[in-house]
Design a protein. Structure first.
Ligand code: SAM
Length: 252
């Protein structure tokens, strides 16, 4: 993976789009002190380290269509974990399925740092991380480059005015459709009933095919063992006695 990154840096000296950089910087987590924003030392350090991690990619749109050739160096199927946070699911899937490739995607660098560091420590070579807004997915992947997508505990954006920020709103589903293979599976786990209902309604409007759904995942036999993996947010919700909702679907 290291070779892939340095090859990019050698052959693409102008990797950064100015707009992207501004947006990335805007979203970096800050501690507010009066009018001055001071990023915590630890976060600054992690963001700087992220630049040197061979398994983390930021702004390299040249990867579009080339993830397997340049990053993983094989032709195994690619699964994305969107809004991956610390990337627990990507790591768990990478350990369990060495013949598949996984990419965790999130905008928050300090969270990605955790997943990427663990992947390096465990020498997991079938998992990488992309720091970007999910809004830009089609700029990083070509049609059919992705076989499966997981969305785990995305922010519910409960206000109606923020509806189009929900990762299962029709504009996001359209983006997924632009990169996923025909009949590729998309999975959503959430604790939020409103988001779950919204997702089911949106899927119906889009004519998506629901393969499996439940509003209380752990009350029944799991349809797939991997569903037993729990992310940071899922553990929090379970500790707060929330029930977990899950839907698996194919976009049409
Ligand atoms: C509630 S956290 C869940 C993290 C992780 N999936 C988990 O279950 O622990 C939501 C994550 O989504 C990310 N996120 C929200 N909207 C995003 C977007 N449009 N693009 C990239 N990341 C986004 C946030 O940065 C945050 O890490």
């Amino acid at each position: 993976m290291k070779a892939a990154k340095s090859e990019f840096q050698r052959t693409n000296p102008n990797l950064c789009g100015a707009d992207d950089l501004i947006r990335l910087n805007d979203l970096t987590v800050h501690n507010k002190i009066g009018d001055t924003e001071v990023m915590s030392k630890k976060k600054l350090q992690r963001l700087a380290e992220l630049e040197t991690f061979p398994n983390v990619f930021q702004l390299q749109k040249e990867l579009q269509g080339n993830w397997n050739r340049l990053v993983f160096k094989n032709s195994n199927p690619i699964t994305l974990e969107l809004a991956c946070g610390k990337g627990e699911y990507s790591l768990a899937m990478a350990r369990k399925f060495p013949q598949r490739n996984f990419i965790g995607i999130d905008i928050k660098g300090a969270r990605i740092w955790r997943g990427a560091k663990t992947a390096m420590d465990e020498q997991l070579i079938n998992v990488a991380f992309l720091r970007t807004y999910i809004d830009h997915l089609p700029e990083y992947f070509l049609q059919d480059e992705v076989e499966e997508i997981w969305i785990l505990f995305p922010d519910p954006y409960v206000k109606k005015s923020k509806e189009n920020k929900r990762l299962t709103s029709s504009s996001f589903l359209k983006r997924y459709q632009q990169i996923i293979k025909t009949d590729g599976l998309v999975h959503l786990k959430t604790d939020d009933n409103q988001l779950f209902q919204f997702t089911l309604e949106t899927l119906m409007q889009q004519g998506a095919k629901i393969i499996f759904r439940t509003s209380d995942l752990y009350s029944e036999d799991l349809p797939d063992e991997i569903l037993n993996e729990k992310t940071f947010y899922e553990k929090m919700h379970l500790a707060n006695k929330k029930t977990i909702k899950y839907v698996k679907f194919i976009l049409k």
